[in-house]
Design a protein around this ligand. Sequence first.
Ligand code: CP
Ligand code: NVA
Length: 301
Amino acid sequence: MNLLNSDDLSERDIAEIFRIADRLSQNGRGLRLPTHATVAMLFQKPSTRTRISFAAAIAQLGGEPIYVDADKSQLSRGETVADTAKMLGSYCNIIVARLNKHEDIKELAVNSGVPVINALTDLEHPTQALTDIYTVRAHTKELSKARLCFIGDIAANTANSLMITAAKCGVHVSLVGPRGYRPNPVMLNKARSYGSVDVYDDIERGLSGCDFVYTDTFVSMGQEEEAEVRKRRFAPYQLNDRTLSMAKPGALVMHCLPAHRGEEITTDVIDGKQSIVWEQARNKLLIAKAVLVYISQHSKD
Ligand code: CP
Ligand code: NVA
């Protein structure tokens, strides 16, 4: 079993991953990787949280992480993704990969013969979305009553995965961003086939009634050339005291991190009393473990 797209997981799969995470947060007895399971971590883009939480998760579950910096592998000298996949699959039991292009992670999965977990591509960040909804779940009685607003770059990988995972779990999603930066239509239609997702450019309308307000960088990795235009265009969509006050009183603030303080979010808000950003970031370790356990339980030896 692979986790390449958020849509690879049914609502039942997600519920089971959350149950494993709950058990892991208690004592997690019996929840381990097979002895000496070796997990290749192929990273083509920078990472702090995903890389370290997966490496820690693998070690703490009894497995062995092997970090592969794509720039120091033969991928950087033109070896194909398919040939690299064959090698990683011959030496390792699972692959966790952060790649530039989503097409490449599909190619990796087709050729490796072992389970592949997406640790972010240009299109998706499925383990982040699981972490996000797991965090929302801890702060709400019923996911189906929760209203979550993503403000800012609603075409980003994080927004894509979040809207699909949230909609599957019954969370109502509102996406608020400037005209000209609309959500990916394929991802939006997919999310709408599972639940309620509204799109706004009007900030007040988009935030109205929301219990959770989520943002991400205005300039994702790989978009550096567009940085100045994006920062200008997205500036009105900054999450600050004024925009936060348009959501429900006491609405909780989320961010996948890394944050660019003063751009998509102010320091007052990210460090303020409505922020659950650090709890959200801590949950990445639990979800990394739960995903690894779930994937290894659902894969053939
Ligand atoms: N949220 C997240 O994926 O952070 P990193 O880029 O640090 O892994
Ligand atoms: N959208 C961001 C997420 C970083 C975790 C990026 O792709 O850079």
